[in-house]
Design a protein around this ligand. Sequence first.
Ligand SMILES: C[S@@+](CC[C@H](N)C(=O)[O-])C[C@H]1O[C@@H](n2cnc3c(N)ncnc32)[C@H](O)[C@@H]1O
Length: 308
Amino acid sequence: MPVRLFLSSGDLVADRRFDFARDLQLKGDLVAAADLLSQAIELAPGFASAWFTLGEIRERLGERDAAIAAFRKAGEADPDDRHGASLRLMLLGAEPLSAMPNAYVRALFDQYAPKFEAALVDDLGYRGPALLFKAVLSARAAVRKPAFFKRAIDLGCGTGLAATAFAKGVDHFIGIDLSPRMIERARLTGIYAQLEVADMVQGLRSKPDTSADLVLAADAMVYLSDLAAVLHEAKRVLVAGGLLAFTVETHGGDGVILGEGLRYAHGAGYVRSSIRDAGLALSRLEDSSARNEDNAPVPGLVVVAGKT
Ligand SMILES: C[S@@+](CC[C@H](N)C(=O)[O-])C[C@H]1O[C@@H](n2cnc3c(N)ncnc32)[C@H](O)[C@@H]1O
């Protein structure tokens, strides 16, 4: 994603060295950029953005150990990990796969919000909401029920693209998202009766049992490594006969991996067993790509599960 977080060091000179180092990095002079970043860090040892950028440069230079050390320092300098240094450590194989830091997701999407729809829909051919809508229609048609839902919850609602696709068939929409800026955009749609800035699992936990007929997550579970908690909560809030519909990115193997694009990919076997373990009944699991990257469809799954 074409956004970059900068956290000031609080030291004007260190910040200036950082800016200069970024220019050099963008021009491809990585050695000089690393040198300037080291100088900035000498002035401001807790400069998370400089440590993180230094980690990126060391990685590009093939200096794996130094990259790992710099990403670790970035994490220490910003324990909330807004840069996502822990994700870079996972990709480097220096840390086991674990959850994405909420602060990273929030910072990413707060910055991304103004250009989100243009970037996703126009540049990446995003089609997650339409795919989900089609899959839910088919699942309902298979049991001879109309695709009308009294109460729906949109997890990781973003700017509201999924709710827009379902708007005509839902009476009361709740949207939950970690990013306040994305929620502001969702509010402008006028579709949601309620919007919450929250982690999707926490948001679901605050909902009463059997209070939703439909739970949606379009291109949002790609930010969760472990699906167990969200599936468990979705099942609890759904009424009998209610549906959970979501998209994920996937990969040829089993289990969960973190892709180069810093989104998790869930194997089909993992998705099936997680749904079964949550006590939901799989209705549909289709190979279907929700968006492109480098002009090629990203392998994905569209999943619909029901509560019996
Ligand atoms: C790629 S966007 C998709 C937005 C929307 N569902 C759509 O289809 O356009 C992913 C959204 O999920 C949100 N998100 C990611 N992880 C989340 C979490 N753990 N809890 C709540 N929201 C989350 C992000 O803030 C972002 O707005």
